[in-house]
Design a protein around this ligand. Structure first.
Ligand SMILES: [Zn+2]
Length: 418
């Protein structure tokens, strides 16, 4: 009897064990759900950073980290299938994307990097309106040294250390993050910073005939253009609205502080040749398009020497990054805007030859803001000095400039960013 009992107990134990195993197995199988699907990946570029968005039919575990030699961003995704599609804007950070198998259930997405970056953020967004689950990785440019310090899986961003699945906040809802179909319903007002050149102790060019100060003409033009643009629904700021001296670097900072979508510095030129006349539009370049442009940039940049400001406060490395950035994204936008400016202005006024020129103006060096410098004409030319003093003439110029600004923001490539 004792034997039978002990056998029974053993059998029951075995059964329980087996059932337990079965239960364990079932629950384990339940945990590893059927693989989800990443249905889409897209890359959007801001100046200096890119945002990679994975769209998926459910939340998933991930690990995002950097590898070197060659530079790569790796995103491992667990228990997910990836439809091998990637929508990518042109960008100057990621050259190509590859999707491979990490093992049977898990995938590895490799982004080949053109430049050193760090992972700023990685997070998951809950489904919202007509959008699915989204997993977002933001990377931003950094120095080689900072990149090297962040390489390896020990610096990984993963679902283990970032459990805060959230709904999109204002910051993450930035326009470029959205697809065409899920753009915010009402676009925010475009922000324009106008920069009346010179001011205070720095008069700028002085009219050869009527002794007109450039600083007064630029301020009058700035105010005129501001009022026209505001009527059109833009948000407009002036770097100065009175006769004050502002160093060039600070003018750029003002534009950055207001998060300008567009920056326009307003000037009037002068030349030894009294016959020189016409309007021109400049965008930034390290190399001037011609000697005249180089000389002008030198004259305009001297303002800061007057103001006693040190230009060299950035390290070489940071300067190189800034320059390489303005060479691409905002420089392309600046050129696009300059082209619209030239087109519209040519309907109103006499332009110089090669109206769109390039030179190293300090005031155009906001790396993240499309910027142009407008030279409205020559104060050294008798006729142009007379015209620039007339509010009616300035109004004509301002109206043309405002049309160019409309056309720029309506350009399909630019409009797509908002
Ligand atoms: Zn000037």
């Amino acid at each position: 009897m004792k034997n039978i009992v002990s056998v029974l107990v053993k059998t029951v134990k075995r059964c329980l064990l087996a059932a337990g195993c079965l239960l364990l197995c079932l629950s384990a199988c339940g945990e590893s759900r059927a693989a989800g699907n990443i249905t889409n990946m897209r890359i959007g570029q801001q100046v200096g950073s890119v945002r990679i968005v994975f769209e998926a039919d459910r939340a998933f575990d991930y690990k995002a980290f950097l590898l070197t030699d060659p530079k790569r961003l790796v995103v491992d995704v667990y228990d997910m299938d990836i439809k091998n599609t990637l929508q990518s804007d042109k960008n100057n950070i990621i050259s190509q994307t590859r999707v491979g198998k990490l093992d049977a259930n898990n995938k590895r997405v490799v982004f080949d990097l053109l430049k050193p970056v760090f992972i700023k953020k990685a997070f998951t967004l809950k489904p919202q309106s007509n959008m699915k689950w989204r997993f977002v990785v933001d990377v931003a440019l950094c120095s080689e040294r900072d990149f090297k310090a962040k390489v390896g899986s020990k610096h990984a961003f993963s679902s283990q250390n970032d459990q805060n699945v959230k709904t999109a906040s204002a910051d993450e809802g930035k326009s470029w993050f959205f697809n065409d179909e899920d753009k915010p319903r009402k676009a925010r007002k475009k922000i324009i910073v106008l920069d009346p050149g010179h001011g205070g102790k720095d008069p700028g060019a002085i009219g050869a005939y009527g002794k007109t100060y450039e600083k007064n003409i630029t301020l009058a033009m700035g105010k005129e253009l501001k009022s026209i643009l505001e009527k059109k629904g833009y948000k407009v700021y002036l770097t100065r609205s009175t006769d004050v001296f502002i160093p060039l670097r600070q003018r750029v900072r003002i534009a950055q502080r207001y998060k300008a979508d567009l920056f326009m510095s307003i000037h009037a030129d002068s030349a030894l040749n009294r016959n020189a006349k016409g309007l021109s539009v400049y965008t930034l370049s390290e190399k001037a398009s011609d000697k005249e442009a180089a000389a002008l940039a030198e004259r305009e940049n001297k303002v800061d020497i007057i103001g006693g400001v040190d230009f060299s406060e950035n390290s070489k490395e940071i300067n190189d990054i800034l320059i390489s950035l303005s060479q691409t994204d905002s420089r392309n936008k600046s050129s696009k805007f300059a082209t619209y400016m030239v087109n519209e202005m040519s309907k109103t006024v006499k332009l110089v030859n090669n109206t769109h020129r390039f030179a190293g103006f300090a005031v155009l060096k906001a790396p993240d803001i499309p910027s142009v410098l407008l030279e409205m004409g020559y104060l050294s030319n008798r006729n142009e000095e007379r015209l620039l003093k007339q509010s009616g003439y300035r109004k004509k110029l301002a109206t043309s400039a405002s049309k160019a600004i409309d056309r720029y923001f309506n350009d399909p490539e630019i409009a797509a960013l908002y």
